[in-house]
Design a protein around this ligand. Structure first.
Ligand SMILES: Cc1cc2nc3c(=O)[nH]c(=O)nc-3n(C[C@H](O)[C@H](O)[C@H](O)COP(=O)(O)O)c2cc1C
Length: 420
């Protein structure tokens, strides 16, 4: 029988889970659709599968089903108002968000889909969802016309691109009398999706991961540098997702504007040489290395000690090669899993395959950074995973979703090697 265990990395309420193996917590959000009564069955099913279930409801949901029903089914207080006095100290929506190993919204109205897609947080359910780090499963249910509307499709696509799991509604007779697509998926399917996310939440437990991110800066003088357009978003997303899935993560970060990823140790560097030192220092302790940073191939030969004055005319910059950190790691990988990135503007796949072989890598994430609006400095990208077995082309996805897919693939590779 499946018995879910806690991730044990939650904040305020983590300690009670760390003392032993305790059921994982699923926060079930119920919204104001006619299918709200089916959430009662979902809650029962999740409880039967060994989860601790907590329910949060919108005002509209309480017009369809009462909190009393869920309180009785779960044995837990039901959250519905941001303003009610919490049963214990603290801020309820934050503590609920931290407790969640998985959050599922079922049924999810068109309205809540729109709010989640735009980061709105004007009630207990949407505020909890925004504060949660946990994977989000959404089971939409609505009238067929509402489901077909372009705006709803766009909102669902935006949520999916950010990593939410959508359990698609099915076709059939709807409560409004119409026949069409929009009926809540079977509760068993929703529970299966929750369970899959709960398993994924721990699939990298114990794995020591070293991730690099950002673009290095190579000094010309004390104020100027040669840089590149890397935002660091992909590497940060990988570090955060790996930590969320239980890995112990060190992120070696070249300058970015991003907030530290939750749960990762961050080592800041500026230049390629500093990055090499930091990566070497962490390499021996790592089981998996993901080199997502854009490391400069060249640096100015001798950076000026003082700021160069424009009156002296344009300086001639002599450049020297930086060390190839990834190739150096490939030479002494000794059983570690090594993942590189190939950012190219042409012959992307050929370059990725050549890199895979030449640097003894296990996987190369190839991406065409020449395409406008994606890749460098964007929130979306289109990548291909290249391994010795072949190439897997992904659709255009948000960088969070790419991080998740990459770690799914890596978890599979580790499992095959017997390291998981
Ligand atoms: C009888 C009835 C059934 C409804 N069913 C649905 C539904 O299945 N899906 C949906 O998106 N909206 C449905 N609505 C509309 C929502 O209740 C309405 O958009 C509400 O503002 C949703 O609030 P919430 O998203 O905060 O829960 C229904 C309304 C009524 C009166």
């Amino acid at each position: 029988m499946f018995f879910p265990y806690t991730s044990g990395r939650k904040g305020m309420l983590g300690s009670e889970k760390e003392v032993g193996r305790v059921a994982q917590t699923v926060v079930v959000g119920v919204t104001g659709g006619i299918g709200a009564y089916k959430a009662c069955e979902l809650v029962r099913l999740l409880s039967r599968r060994g989860f601790r279930v907590k329910v949060v409801m919108t005002d509209a949901a309480m017009r369809f089903v009462t909190p009393l029903t869920f309180r009785t089914l779960t044995g837990e207080p039901v959250a519905s108002s941001l303003w009610e006095e919490p049963a214990y100290g603290g801020v309820r929506h934050v503590s609920l968000a931290q407790e969640a190993d998985v959050m599922v919204v079922a049924p999810c109205t068109a309205n809540v889909i729109a709010k989640l897609a735009h980061g709105r947080a004007d009630d207990m359910l949407t505020t909890t969802a925004l504060a949660a780090q946990a994977p989000l499963v959404i089971a939409p249910a609505m009238n067929a016309e509402m489901w077909r509307k372009q705006v709803t499709r766009d909102n669902v696509a935006a949520l999916r691109a950010r990593g939410a799991v959508i359990v698609e509604p099915e076709a059939g007779e709807l409560a409004c009398g119409d026949v069409g697509e929009g009926r809540l998926a079977p509760v068993e399917d929703i529970a299966d999706a929750v369970e899959a996310e709960a398993c994924r939440a721990r699939d990298l437990a114990g794995v020591r991961v070293l991730v690099t991110a950002g673009g290095t800066r190579e000094a010309i003088d004390p104020v100027r540098f040669i840089g590149n357009r890397s935002s660091g978003k992909t590497g940060y997303a990988i570090a955060e997702e790996a930590a969320r899935r239980g890995a112990s993560v060190t992120l070696v970060a070249a300058p970015t504007c991003l907030a530290d990823p939750y749960g990762a140790e961050v080592v800041r560097v500026t230049s390629a040489l500093e990055m090499r030192d930091a990566v070497r220092a962490g390499f021996d302790r790592a089981d998996l290395v993901v080199m997502a940073a854009a490391v400069a191939d060249f640096r100015p030969e001798g950076p000026a000690e003082h700021k160069l004055k424009k009156d002296a005319g344009a300086p001639a910059l002599a450049l020297v090669r930086n060390p190839d950190i990834l190739a150096e790691l490939g030479e002494r990988k000794d059983g570690r899993l090594l993942v590189g990135f190939a950012a190219e503007t042409r012959d992307v796949l050929e370059s990725a395959r050549a890199k895979l072989e030449a640097k003894h890598l296990d996987l190369v994430v190839a991406n065409d950074v020449g395409a406008p609006g994606r890749g460098f400095d964007a929130d979306i990208n289109r990548v291909t995973f290249v391994t010795a077995e072949g190439a897997e082309e992904l659709p255009v996805l948000g960088k969070d979703a790419i991080a998740r897919k990459l770690l799914d693939r890596i978890a599979e590779m580790l499992a095959r090697r017997g390291q998981r």
